[in-house]
Design a protein around this ligand. Structure first.
Ligand code: GLY
Ligand code: MN
Ligand code: MN
Length: 441
């Protein structure tokens, strides 16, 4: 399964339509990031740039221009690296300007070195500039320079666009609503990531290092040509209480849980999965009691991902169940409504219940519309990830509960038929986890 040029073109068509007449949109891909001297991070295209172009090479800028009337269509220009035999021997194939036209269906293509020169002509006398302000400081400075250069021509009757519009508002909204094909890609990312979690459950052993377990996940990602969609969290015991723990350098101890938050991206579409399971294959009574509370909250929250429901509904549902569970187990005292109103739940549950998911793990898209949390629409994808984190030094609870961190996270599509869970392949009930781990060699 691959997106085709027809998919990227359809997206550009929609963007041009939204821009209306006399507009110009300028979209740059990511800058290459240096890791340390002479060693770059592997390049990963900017999600919104790739969304519109399908072009994965570095140093590229797309320009979309509309004219007098939207019926005249639009021009799509791609500025990219030129072919270069010597550099291609060192760094690999480049599409070049011919490839930009032939393979990527640009109407016009230019060497990236000509951008400063060519863009001024394109900017002149457009009414609206659509630009992703605030993404890359250096590129922002270049755009400001181009505007100044265009305005320097005012006495010749020229000038820069009167309106500068935040392009991300349009692109984010497009990306928030996933097509059937995008959901298919996300399903593949979810399937590979699920396989990785299952492998982790099957291979974990007491005294293993956290990074060795991370390597088991990476093995499955790599075998499928994928990379992690974000830094993997593999936290044994109390490390599971550190929300963004990524050191993964401690010993996994017999009797502890391990919390794994890890997933891959497939063709630039991410999954995001968390599972928490016992390192020795069997939950202790306290671990099981808290786990059952989180699972109950998670299942109910997933069920609240219904078209027409508020984005926040799963969070409200989850918080109520988590806190009732803690009251029942004696970790909290008082009145449930009061605990929720005063936000005392922050002691044990200090993050939201999810976020949009797509090409970016924390995907784009506004969460509110006209001041209120927006409602789920078919094709929106959200994570549902409640948890409970009992700090190792929390003296308000009995010592037996301390240092237990649990999160369960799945990826859910809102559909007209109800929530569709992309990550359902990874077991999550106590019985299923223990059964799977018991069969591991
Ligand atoms: N893995 C990042 C998150 O769950 O938000
Ligand atoms: Mn998440
Ligand atoms: Mn996650």
């Amino acid at each position: 399964m691959k997106l085709t040029q027809a998919d990227f073109q359809e997206r550009r068509d929609r963007l041009a339509e939204e821009m209306g007449p006399h507009g110009i949109a300028i979209i740059a891909t990511s800058a290459v990031a240096m890791r340390n001297r002479d060693a770059d991070y592997k390049f990963r295209a900017d999600s919104s740039f790739f969304y519109l172009t399908g072009f994965a090479e570095p140093e590229a800028v797309a320009v979309i221009e509309t004219f007098e009337s939207i019926d005249e269509g639009y021009t799509y220009s791609l500025f990219c690296r030129e072919r270069n035999r010597d550099l291609e021997i060192w760094n690999g194939y480049r599409a070049g300007v011919d490839g930009a036209v032939d393979e990527y269906e640009a109407d016009e293509a230019y060497a990236i070195d000509l951008l400063d020169q060519e863009i001024i002509e394109k900017l002149l006398n457009k009414q609206k500039l659509f630009y992703r302000i605030g993404q890359q400081a250096e590129f922002d400075a270049r755009v400001s320079q181009w505007i100044a250069e265009a305005d320097a021509q005012q006495r010749r009757g020229n000038g820069s666009p009167a309106h500068v519009i935040q392009l991300d508002r349009l692109l984010d909204e497009m990306r928030l609503h996933k097509s059937a094909k995008e959901i298919e890609l996300m399903q593949i990312a979810a399937n590979i990531s699920s396989e990785a979690h299952i492998r982790a459950m099957q291979t974990v052993k007491p005294d293993m290092m956290e990074y060795a377990l991370e390597a088991e996940l990476n093995y499955i990602f790599g075998q499928n040509g994928c990379v992690p969609a974000y830094n993997s969290i593999v936290g044994g015991g109390a490390n599971g209480c550190i929300l963004h723990y990524v050191e993964n350098d401690q010993v996994l101890k017999d009797g502890d849980l391990v919390l794994i938050d890890a997933a891959c991206e497939y063709q630039l579409y991410a999954a995001d999965i968390t599972r928490t399971f016992p390192i020795n294959g069997k939950f202790s009574p306290e671990q099981k009691a808290l786990y059952e509370v989180v699972l109950k909250a998670q299942l109910a929250a997933i069920d609240a991902v219904q078209v027409g429901n508020s984005y926040k509904e799963p969070h409200h549902v989850a918080v109520r169940i988590l806190m009732q569970g803690l009251l029942d187990l004696g970790l909290m005292q008082g009145d449930l409504d009061q605990i929720i109103k005063s936000e005392r739940f922050n002691q044990f549950y200090m993050h939201g219940t999810g976020h949009w998911l797509g090409m970016d793990v924390h995907d784009v898209g506004s969460y509110k519309a006209e001041g209120d949390w927006r409602n789920y629409e078919a094709g929106m994808v959200v994570t549902i990830e409640p948890g409970l984190y009992i700090a190792p030094d929390d003296e308000t609870v009995d010592v037996k509960w301390r240092g237990i961190g649990i999160r369960i996270e799945d990826d859910v599509v809102a559909t007209a038929e109800g929530p569709l869970v992309l990550t359902k392949n990874v077991v999550k009930s106590v019985t299923d986890i223990e059964a799977l781990m018991a069969t591991a060699s």
